[in-house]
Ligand binder design. Structure first.
Ligand SMILES: [Zn+2]
Ligand SMILES: [Zn+2]
Length: 222
């Protein structure tokens, strides 16, 4: 299976231009079998939706409901859509990809946005949640202590940013971090630029997390 680990949809990411159903269609055309929706997940986004009629207390439920629509549309087409997050903590412009976060934890997200990577990293380790820094060597990012992280996005496909993927790869090698790749898809031209290839078939986030923990995949770059 070919799976993109970093995809944004227009319903949950202000910078995303593609509705989730169209993402599914485009990714099928591009030869993929699935993707993880990793929409921006932050206090800023909670405040944005609050201004548009969704109270902050319902932000997580809204996030999950939008994901559920994408999952159901994908399922009709035999395409796997899984739910991830691109976390941003208050007062920082760093981004983190999170896989395997349980719902009851997400319901506490407004508090979590205040935690920062060290506290969240420790929590993630305890709960077996996978916590990767996204595009750590882009402008305005600060690479965090490797001990906070499970891994690092060593190939980010975003064509309108220089993510300095070669430096991310060298850093991850040096500090023995798990390595992932994704398109960071926001627009049509970004569809399917990077992801992972796995042997066999998976159908749940738990199964994906198990493969990621054991590094049982190959990085795919178009
Ligand atoms: Zn974005
Ligand atoms: Zn992103």
């Amino acid at each position: 299976m070919k799976i993109d680990l970093h995809v944004h949809s227009s319903d949950l990411s202000l910078c995303g231009h593609i509705p989730s159903y169209e993402l599914v269609d485009r990714y099928i055309e591009a030869g993929y079998d699935g993707f993880v929706l990793t929409n921006h997940f932050s206090r800023e986004m909670a405040e944005h939706f609050d201004r548009h009629g969704i109270p902050q207390s319902e932000y997580f439920a809204h996030y999950k409901a939008c994901y559920e629509k994408a999952r159901a549309y994908g399922a009709e087409k035999g395409f796997l859509v899984l739910c991830g997050y691109e976390f941003r903590f208050n007062g920082s412009s760093n981004d983190y990809l999170v896989y395997g976060m349980l719902d009851e934890i997400g319901e506490n997200c407004l508090e979590m946005f205040g935690w920062g990577p060290e506290k969240f990293g420790q929590f993630a380790r305890e709960k077996d949640i996978l916590f990767y820094q996204a595009h750590p060597f882009r402008n305005h990012m600060r690479v965090v202590k490797p001990s906070c992280l499970f891994g690092m996005e060593v190939h980010n496909g975003h064509p309108r940013h220089d993510s300095r993927n070669d430096i991310a790869m060298a850093w991850a090698e040096k500090y023995n971090l798990h390595k992932i790749a994704g398109s960071d898809c926001h627009q049509i031209e970004d569809v399917g630029l990077a992801g992972i290839e796995i042997e066999g078939t998976i159908s749940t986030m738990e199964e994906l997390c198990q493969l990621l923990r054991e590094d049982r995949y190959k990085i795919y770059v178009r």
